[in-house]
Design a protein. Structure first.
Length: 332
């Protein structure tokens, strides 16, 4: 994504040095290298770095690889990188940030590297930073999980959702996939209506009996992978799947309304961006959510100004030592 943000006039970074912004998730790690003026020199995309899924050491190696690759493309040395801001999936809590920070330091040290400043934050925070060029606004993210974040004019952060798949993540890929599997189970039991999803799940995953479903699901099955099947069946007018998406959309719109209330002191309409694969691809869920949010007088939906990785660069340039996300979140 081409940034519309000016990355210049940042006095906090040493002259003749570089900063790197990292956006690390379950499927890929995006990195952006910039100089002290904010001029982007290189970008790279490498493997996953979700430390909650693959472990801190493996994630740290993936992040270091992305740093090395960026530097190679810009013909500079990783030793010239002074500030690294890594926005990672699953890094919303301070204990997890410290754990991942330690793994990054150890991995870098093992390669003879020591960065002046290294910061680990939630990937949602760098997405928020990139969406509005570091300014105030709010975002709704629906990918594997779901969360809404807002940044006030005074820099304070508020949030809604992000409770995780067991007690939250309404309207997310996981939530939709789980609801789809529940519908399949009810159909097989004879306690629920017919749905195209039963045949689709059977065909895609060879799951057509109670024994097969139980064995697969409780052995670490990627429940969110069912969400695309729900989306496709809904497009074919499957009533069960359409109901699942209508409920999911309503839950996400509730997130938007709640974050607006937490930002009641901000000028309206509030700048708002919709992010995450469930909302940035063309499907019934994104259509329902965008339609409902566009009807809210309190928000103005905009396209993000910059990618999350460039949002991490902005954080590195503007403030090398920001407070952790855990300490900036305040209840309404």
């Amino acid at each position: 994504m081409k940034s519309r943000v000016r990355f210049d006039m940042f006095p906090n970074v040493k002259k003749h040095s570089y900063v790197i912004g990292i956006d690390g998730g379950a499927t890929k790690t995006a990195a952006v290298l910039a100089d002290e003026t904010g001029h982007v020199l290189a970008e790279s995309v490498s493997g996953p770095s979700n430390f909650q899924a693959i472990g801190t050491e493996t994630a740290a190696r993936a992040i270091l690889q992305s740093i090395t690759e960026c530097c190679s493309r810009a013909a500079c040395s990783p030793g010239e990188v002074r500030v690294v801001v890594a926005g990672l999936t699953g890094a919303g809590r301070e204990p997890d940030q410290r754990r991942m920070h330690g793994a990054l330091e150890s991995t870098a040290s093992g390669h003879g590297l020591k960065f002046d400043t290294m910061i680990v934050v939630s990937d949602a925070l760098i997405a928020l930073e990139g969406a509005f060029g570091g300014g105030p606004g709010a975002i709704l993210i629906s990918g594997t999980g779901s969360i809404a974040f807002g940044k006030k004019t005074d820099g304070s952060i508020v949030r809604v959702g992000g409770w995780g798949r067991l007690i939250g993540d309404q309207g997310s890929g996981y939530d939709i996939g789980q609801s789809g599997l529940v519908a399949v189970c009810k159909h097989l039991d004879g306690s629920g209506p017919d749905t195209l999803l039963t045949e689709r799940v059977s065909s895609e995953y060879n799951l057509s009996s109670q024994e097969q479903i139980i064995t697969k699901v409780y052995a670490g099955f990627d429940i969110a992978s069912i969400a695309p099947l729900v989306l496709r069946a809904a497009e074919e007018n499957d009533a069960v799947c359409r109901n699942i998406l209508q409920r999911a959309a309503a839950d996400l719109v509730d997130h938007v309304k709640a974050i607006v209330l937490k930002m009641e002191s901000e000028t309206k309409p509030l700048r708002f961006a919709l992010l995450g694969t469930m909302l940035t691809t063309s499907n019934m869920l994104s259509i329902l959510v965008r339609r409902a949010v566009s009807e809210l007088a309190s928000v103005s939906v905009q396209e993000p100004q910059a990618s999350p990785a460039r949002g991490a660069v902005l954080m590195a340039l503007r403030n090398p030592t920001p407070p952790s996300i855990a300490s900036t979140i305040r209840p309404a």
